[in-house]
Design a protein around this ligand. Structure first.
Ligand SMILES: [Zn+2]
Ligand SMILES: [Zn+2]
Length: 179
């Protein structure tokens, strides 16, 4: 064993497909608290996310960090009113069809550059969250079918060469956002 070997990430075994992965995500139960229910490779993570997102409308904010990717339901009592209004405005402006194919669009991908930095700058430090800009200010946000929004997320993980350390699936909420 070399001197620096302890710095190398150790592969973890995926709970579902049993493959060893350096990009493992710990899947937690529920939307907060809870416990680790599985360790997933990127492929199995995307498969479970796909199942959990079916029939919903979700705003996917481009992940800023790879530490976590968490879901907040649109009707959560904890959600800031402005965040909720912007989420609704964003999802109401979903295009009719996916930007990549002819399927109906159900989800929105919003790059960090389309967030409302000004509004976010006024948030208290302990209530910091992503705030979508108004649809008329969007430059790169696009509507996608489920398959293509998952592809955006997969590409992001490949680009970052990393899986999310912590991941939570949407519960029964019909709409909400990932950030
Ligand atoms: Zn797997
Ligand atoms: Zn599509």
């Amino acid at each position: 064993m070399g001197f620096f070997d302890f710095l190398k990430p150790k592969p973890q075994r995926c709970t579902r497909c049993q493959a060893d992965t350096l990009m493992a995500s710990e899947l937690y139960s529920g939307l907060s608290g809870g416990e680790v229910t599985a360790v997933l490779c990127p492929k199995c993570l995307l498969k479970e996310l796909g199942k959990a997102c079916q029939g919903k409308n979700i705003l996917f904010v481009e992940p800023l960090v790879m530490d976590y990717y968490l879901f907040t339901p649109g009707d959560s009592p904890d959600i800031n009113t402005l965040v909720q209004q912007r989420l609704q405005a964003a999802l109401e402006r979903l295009g009719r069809s996916c930007a990549e194919c002819a399927q109906p669009a159900e989800h929105l991908w919003m790059p960090q550059s389309d967030l409302d930095r000004k509004a976010m700058g006024q948030l208290p430090e302990d209530g910091y969250t992503s705030i979508a800009s108004l649809p008329q200010d969007w430059k790169a946000s696009r509507s996608y079918c489920l398959g293509h929004v998952l592809e955006k997320l997969e590409k992001h993980m490949e680009q970052e060469k990393s899986g999310f350390l912590t991941f939570r699936l949407p519960n029964e909420a019909a709409m909400g956002y990932y950030e």
